[in-house]
Design a protein around this ligand. Structure first.
Ligand SMILES: Nc1ncnc2c1ncn2[C@@H]1O[C@H](COP(=O)(O)OP(=O)(O)OP(=O)(O)O)[C@@H](O)[C@H]1O
Ligand SMILES: [Mg+2]
Length: 446
């Protein structure tokens, strides 16, 4: 077991007896004769357990306890108190002692108490390991999810990650398909292996086959040496086939075979090679529609979509918007006082986000860089096609009419707010002389 106990007692004969009893039981014992020496040993040797007398020549055992707890809250401390000093014992427990034993004590009481304390440390570190593991498996670092739709999706994804099953992620452009794919890989049993991403749309059909499956020397003009394909480089890891919907039909047949048989045949090679990969595919196209148009093989679709994951567009999970905004403010290192006005947030919630999270991320970044004041307003977002109230040239008059004075008053109040109640600055914002503003303030009782 090889566990170290730090024993602190200033009484030499008691110290020797206790040291003997603990060593005889198989513990490594560090014996300190004073509080200061005890602390020093504690810092240099990191013992698994501390057994300390409450009355030390140079230090109160309870102060020592406090210092140890500060240094390492999880290390158990057993306090030895003189018979009858219940009060001391209670204080020791309050300060976080694992237990106290009253002197004189017999050998078994001491050893039983030490073993219990050490068992607890063992359990604690096991619990920590377990918590770490749970965090790794369910960890969603970098993915913001406040809406129930996203939370549910991430939960399914983390269950899928644990398996070897092929996953098909679909969703509009910029919804986070690639981040989700990486998350699945990182939380899968293959996380130590590579994740190789292939954009099926970016490679011409003629080259794709050799890119995926590799080729041998002389397989075609220009094939001057053997080349491994992505299926081989992703070995023991995951192969991320992005934009799978764009895959040419000729290549779809070969992909289907590779998935079914778990083996590939490099171009120009006679023999097939086994592959050990997990496939995660993604698409922003409607595969069903492509199937009915004859552009995508139905059998391949079923092979791929063992676990289908659909990421909803941002406009359908607007609960995520405030969380995403604060995530991006942090990501782009915005100073703490930078924030979006309520109107700005509201406008983000009504905007239709054709580019989804990627578009939003770009807009937040742009606003942070171009901001003139820490408060970013709706107009600063510049969302295409969105009505911004400040557009004076194209005002909207509701059917029930609108009071010009009320509008004027609202603008005056807003300008003052924006100017931090500085009247000259507010006048400048409203492009009127200061005395005109003062007149308005009086008129509206502001
Ligand atoms: N839930 C999220 N939380 C935080 N950031 C996100 C989230 N989803 C996506 N992003 C960010 O948005 C950007 C786009 O994500 P990603 O590249 O995964 O989208 P995609 O669905 O693959 O898009 P495309 O279809 O255009 O390839 C990335 O910068 C990513 O970090
Ligand atoms: Mg992508």
């Amino acid at each position: 077991m090889d566990q170290t106990i730090l024993l602190i007692d200033d009484d030499p004969s008691l110290r020797r007896v206790t040291e003997y009893n603990l060593s005889a039981r198989g513990f490594t014992v560090l014996a300190a004769e004073s509080g200061f020496q005890g602390l020093e040993f504690f810092k240099t040797h990191h013992p698994d357990l501390v057994v300390s007398d409450v009355k030390l020549g140079d230090m109160n055992g309870l102060d020592l306890l406090e210092q140890i707890k500060q240094e390492s809250p999880d290390t158990p401390v057993i306090i030895m108190t003189a018979f009858g000093s219940i009060e001391m014992a209670v204080q020791a427990m309050h300060k976080g002692a694992f237990n106290f034993i009253t002197k004189p004590f017999d050998r078994d009481t001491l050893i039983l108490s030490c073993e219990k304390a050490l068992e607890l440390t063992g359990l604690r570190s096991q619990a920590r390991l377990l918590a770490h593991e749970v965090n790794r498996l369910t960890g969603t670092k970098g993915i913001v999810s406040a809406s129930s739709a996203m939370k549910e999706l991430l939960e399914t994804a983390s269950r899928a990650a644990n398996s070897e099953a092929t996953v098909l992620i679909s969703g509009e452009s910029g919804t986070g398909k690639e981040v989700l794919a990486r998350l699945i890989h990182q939380n899968s049993p293959r996380h130590k292996g590579p994740m190789v991403a292939v954009n099926c749309a970016a490679i011409p059909a003629t080259l794709l086959e050799s890119e995926l499956f590799g080729h041998v020397r002389g397989a075609f003009t220009g094939a001057v040496k053997d080349r491994k394909g992505h299926f081989m480089t992703a070995s023991r890891g995951s192969l991320f086939l992005d934009e799978i919907g764009e895959l040419a039909v000729e290549v779809q047949v070969k992909l289907l075979r590779a998935i079914q048989e778990r083996q590939i045949q490099p171009l120009g090679s006679e023999k097939a090679t086994k592959v050990d990969i997990r496939i995660i595919a993604a698409t922003n196209l409607d595969l069903q529609e492509r199937i009915s148009n004859g552009d995508f093989r139905e059998d391949l679709y079923y092979r791929l979509s063992v676990i289908p994951l659909f990421i909803p567009p941002l406009r359908e999970r607007i609960e995520d918007i405030p969380a995403l905004v604060s995530h991006f403010l942090k990501k782009f290192d915005a100073p703490a006082d930078v924030c979006f006005s309520r109107q700005a947030l509201n406008q983000m919630k009504t905007y239709h986000w054709p580019g989804n999270i990627r578009e939003m991320q770009n807009i937040v970044e742009r606003c942070i860089i171009l901001r003139k004041t820490p408060l970013i307003e709706a107009a600063d977002l510049n969302l295409p096609g969105m009505e911004t109230r400040t557009s004076v040239l194209d005002p909207v008059i509701p059917d029930e009419g609108i009071s010009l004075e009320a509008i004027e008053k609202a603008y005056v109040i807003k300008a003052l707010e924006k100017a931090g109640q500085n009247r000259s600055e507010a006048a400048r914002l409203l492009k009127i002389p200061r005395h005109v503003l003062l007149y308005r303030l009086e008129k509206y009782n502001l």
